[in-house]
Design a protein around this ligand. Structure first.
Ligand SMILES: Cc1cc2nc3c(=O)[nH]c(=O)nc-3n(C[C@H](O)[C@H](O)[C@H](O)COP(=O)(O)OP(=O)(O)OC[C@H]3O[C@@H](n4cnc5c(N)ncnc54)[C@H](O)[C@@H]3O)c2cc1C
Length: 346
């Protein structure tokens, strides 16, 4: 995809694109999603880390870290969250102290997706503890095979054999000073830029996944409704149609925000999309599991309630990840209240 200019079509050919316009990109992304083709197995690398290095990195960092991620030769993980710093990222306490031409890193990250496979980490650390907490943060590119790094995978409750989340420990890890991304103590601006990359890319695939789940639910609906009493059926149809409307609204909201951005305006819809799409997905998974009744608890392959490899209730459990990662629903609502609606801070 990189070589053919299909990886990030809006970028120039030397970065894996073909200088496509915004509408062309949207159409392409829709078709790719419809065909079920993933652009990458390393979403943090493609969606957040590589674009951030392209924005802020040196020529050498772009050559050695961003381009190999885009070419699919290396994978990157994103080291932001810590046990004491998630929503409040600025509270992070992993330290990086300068010692000659190296930083010495000590601390712990958690929920680091793909750290167990990653070639390097885009690591947020505190480089000046005397400054206010939003300042004094920097980003380092840390090769994961550097001595002193321990990665401990965290088994997921619904799929213990396939861990993606990790704890990562740093004990006197020496990182060359040249691996500092951007300016010293400028990490906060980069954090906002990095997450903007992530938030920018999520809405379309979220909406299309919603539509896929809704289409499947509608296919199955007549068989689910048939054995129900009239009252039960009325309630079930009401809930499904309410969700159907929400799925349509999610697409309309996404298009509306997109149209405003293409015309060069700002789009408050973008702020709403993450919370609306992830919570609609959660409600949809719950209603689907409820319609399946006790079958949604069955884990036997091929059983009525088993979709893909997991049962309906597990699909519902999994939806919690989407309402937490990249900014929890509560944090999104704070952002909407303060930045979109202009409500006062409490
Ligand atoms: C699937 C998945 C993948 C992830 N991948 C990565 C990754 O690759 N790299 C990485 O660094 N992190 C990753 N994370 C971590 C994610 O960024 C954090 O989980 C998220 O920022 C929330 O932080 P926390 O878990 O510490 O919860 P906390 O911040 O402790 O929040 C706990 C609860 O309190 C609420 N809350 C917190 N502050 C406020 C407030 N001011 N107002 C109202 N409510 C509030 C939250 O909404 C939440 O319900 C991932 C998480 C998930 C679920």
């Amino acid at each position: 995809m990189f070589d053919a200019g299909w990886l990030v079509p809006g970028w120039p050919p030397e970065r894996g694109g073909r200088n496509a316009g915004p509408v062309e990109q949207l159409v392409y992304m829709e078709e790719l999603e419809r065909a079920g083709i993933p652009r990458t197995t390393n979403p943090q690398g493609l969606g957040i880390v590589a674009p951030s290095i392209l924005d802020y990195g040196t020529d050498a960092q772009i050559r050695d870290y961003a381009m190999p991620v885009l070419r699919g030769e290396r994978t990157a993980c994103l080291g932001m969250s810590e046990p004491g710093a998630g929503s409040d990222l600025a509270a992070l306490s992993t330290r990086a102290e300068l010692d000659g031409d190296h930083f010495v890193v000590n601390g712990q990250k958690v929920w680091t997706s793909g750290a167990n496979f990653a070639g390097f980490c885009f690591l947020f650390c505190r480089t000046d503890p005397t400054l206010p907490k939003h300042r004094g943060i920097s980003v380092l590119l840390v090769d994961m095979d550097t001595p002193g790094i321990t990665v401990r995978p965290l088994p997921e409750i619904v799929d213990p054999g396939h861990p993606d989340l990790n704890e990562v420990f740093f004990d006197d890890v020496r990182v060359p000073r040249d691996n500092l991304v951007g300016e010293l103590n400028n990490g906060w601006a980069m954090a906002n830029g990095s997450l903007a990359h992530e938030r920018g890319m999520v809405w379309l695939s979220s909406v299309m996944q919603l539509e896929g789940s809704m289409a499947r639910l509608l296919d199955e609906l007549p068989a689910r409704l048939a054995p129900m009493s009239a009252v039960e059926r009325g309630v079930a149809v009401d809930r499904v149609m309410g969700l159907y409307t929400d799925v349509q609204a999610a697409r309309a909201l996404g298009y509306r925000g997109f149209a405003k951005l293409v015309r060069g305006g700002t789009a408050p819809e973008q702020a709403l999309m993450k919370v609306f799409a992830s919570e609609t997905g959660q409600r949809l998974a719950l209603v689907t599991a409820e319609l399946d009744g006790s079958a949604s608890l069955d884990t036997t392959p091929g059983a009525a309630g088993v979709r893909d490899v997991v049962n309906g209730l597990e699909i519902y459990f999994r939806t919690f990840a989407n309402t937490i990662s990249a900014g929890s629903s509560e944090i999104q609502r704070n952002i909407i209240a303060e930045r979109v609606l202009g409500l006062p801070r409490t």
